[in-house]
Ligand binder design. Structure first.
Ligand code: NAP
Length: 507
């Protein structure tokens, strides 16, 4: 490692948002809507239990919400099952209009929604605003898809009869979503399901249930019929979701979260042979070739690493840089990381908000310590600040040995290990040496090289000279243990449609 790559001092300006009542993001979700949305009602848990939601930037409780148990979960399934036939029979144009109305309502209230997301999840407000745009776009996109569901009619090759395919909604769907995109991860499922004519039960992450409750409130206000969108908040994910998956009325599970929990749910879904969509963990390699436009590569690496405070399944987990540009890229990247300001996401000028919880900070701290113990050097960051709140500074590691745990673990935070490479075969083998296969990033001006990486990298998605790939009109999803199925695009609605094939005699 050349000494030219110097350590960069990091200024942490950890500020805590003031308590201006007028700007309290909780104002948009009235206490009566901090409850379960089941059928046409907002109700308390049958047991009367509640749990607390915290602001991760302060550790303070911001709300109490209903803590559902199995009885409540099954009541939501009753409502979803009861509403199913009528919703499936609702004209696609009408379903489409309700999705468009949801898109408009979210867009009109985007600032309030963004502030709620930041409050419960910690990301900076600018990122929360971007999430609202992204999440709302799924409703617009699937409003357009709802009226384009088509079957086929053809002559059997041997003649004598006709082949007709009729798409039909799968049936009541169970959705389990993570905390990192409290709006978008639910929107990615609810919008296509409704477009296809399915009813839904969403169990949001216990750490970020408020945004999903607010979405349910918006969908009630725009006129989505009772029972079509049910939301069950709970601290007892295991028992509630198991009961839902064990009930034969459930016909589909869509899960976004860790590969570990995904495996558990796939096993449970097997008993009822459920349709499943799995959006699981990642371990993305970001590859900077020597012929890349370094300005583009730096911008791309910053977005791919730091979007959502690094708490993204498509975050760049390992940054591979070809030897001739290693020094320049590393120096410039470390300077950009060191210039980011850390603080409460609701404060102006903050680039890096709080992480979700103490366990997350502790895990990241351990991964950095393990890498350093094995010989890595910290160029920027690397030391967690004192509380309150769950913060970790933007961190750049170099000289990271191959056996460091950070290279095989999903970091889910603002830490970037940089690893040099000297040949495409070498970096391809390293990039593919993981159970995950969600996304990769390649920066090169050489078209043939880009195509070789596109063919050789074992990922469901690839960013070429781009660090941002999420788009409601594109099929998001992974291969290997990163997932099954796609969200967004035309493929997204197919996840919610079954086919009936009819052979029609016509001599
Ligand atoms: P997680 O721990 O797997 O939790 C995800 C959801 O599953 C939460 O709602 C959680 O509820 C629930 N859950 C946990 N254990 C369960 C069980 N035994 N039965 C039923 N449900 C259960 O993941 P996370 O920490 O929230 O999210 C981070 C992970 O999500 C990362 O691995 C990330 O890569 C992945 N992710 C993937 C994508 C993608 O599109 N591929 C997108 C975003 C995130 P509780 O909140 O109550 O624990």
């Amino acid at each position: 490692m050349s000494d030219a790559i110097a350590e960069v001092p990091l200024e942490i300006s950890k500020k805590i948002a003031g308590g201006d009542a007028m700007s309290d993001p909780m104002n948009i979700l009235a206490p009566e809507h901090r409850r379960l949305r089941i059928g046409d009602a907002w109700r308390d848990a049958a047991s009367g239990a509640t749990f607390s939601v915290e602001d991760p930037a302060t550790g303070k409780t911001i709300a109490e919400v209903a803590d559902a148990d199995v009885v409540d979960g099954l009541a939501a399934l009753d409502a979803a099952s009861k509403a199913m036939a009528q919703w499936a029979a609702t004209p696609p144009r009408k379903r489409s209009e309700l999705l468009t109305a949801t898109y408009r309502a979210l867009t009109e209230r985007s600032e309030e929604v963004a502030r709620l997301i930041t409050l419960e999840m910690g990301k900076p407000l600018a990122e929360a605003r971007a999430e609202v745009v992204y999440g709302a776009e799924f409703f617009r996109w699937f409003a357009e898809e709802a009226v384009r569901v088509e079957g086929r009619y053809s002559t059997a090759p041997a003649g004598g009869y006709r082949i007709l395919t009729v798409p039909k909604p799968v049936g009541p769907c169970v959705f389990v979503t993570p905390w990192n995109f409290p709006l978008a991860m639910g929107a990615r499922k609810i919008a296509p399901a409704l477009a296809a004519g399915c009813t839904t039960i969403t169990k949001p992450a216990a750490q970020t249930p408020l945004t999903m409750l607010f979405l349910a409130r918006i969908m009630e206000e725009v006129g989505v019929p009772p029972g079509v969108v049910n939301v069950v908040t709970t601290k007892r994910a295991g028992e509630v979701v198991s009961a839902l998956l064990a009930d034969r009325r459930t016909r589909k599970l869509s899960f976004t979260g860790s590969t570990e929990v995904g495996r558990v749910l796939l096993r449970q879904a097997a008993d009822n042979v459920l349709r499943t969509s799995m959006e699981l963990g990642g371990n993305a390699a970001l590859i900077v070739c020597a012929d890349a436009d370094l300005d583009v590569a730096l911008d791309g690496a910053m977005v791919a690493k730091m979007r959502n405070v690094g708490e993204s399944c498509i975050a760049a987990n390992r940054i591979y840089v070809e030897e001739p540009v290693r020094e320049e890229f590393t120096t410039r990247f470390a300077a950009r990381m060191g210039a980011l300001s850390v603080g409460h996401g609701l404060d102006d000028g903050v680039d890096v908000g709080a992480l979700i919880d103490e366990a997350s900070v502790a895990k990241i701290d351990e991964l950095v310590a393990d890498a350093v113990d094995r010989g890595a050097r910290v160029l920027v960051g690397g030391e967690r600040p004192d509380g309150p709140g769950h913060f970790y500074p933007p961190t750049v590691l170099v000289d990271v040995p191959e056996d460091a745990r950070i290279l095989e673990t999903e970091i889910f935070g603002p830490v970037a290990p940089i690893i040099p490479f000297t040949s495409d075969d070498e970096v391809m083998a390293k990039a593919n040496d993981t159970e995950h296969g969600l996304v990769g990033y390649v920066f090169t001006r050489d078209l043939q090289r880009a195509l070789r990486f596109t063919e050789g990298l074992e990922t469901g998605m690839l960013g070429i000279n781009r660090g941002l790939i999420s788009d409601p009109s594109a099929p998001f999803g992974g291969v290997k243990q990163s997932g099954i199925g796609r969200e967004g695009s035309h493929e997204g609605i197919l996840e919610y449609l079954d086919l009936t094939y009819a052979a029609i005699d016509l001599p």
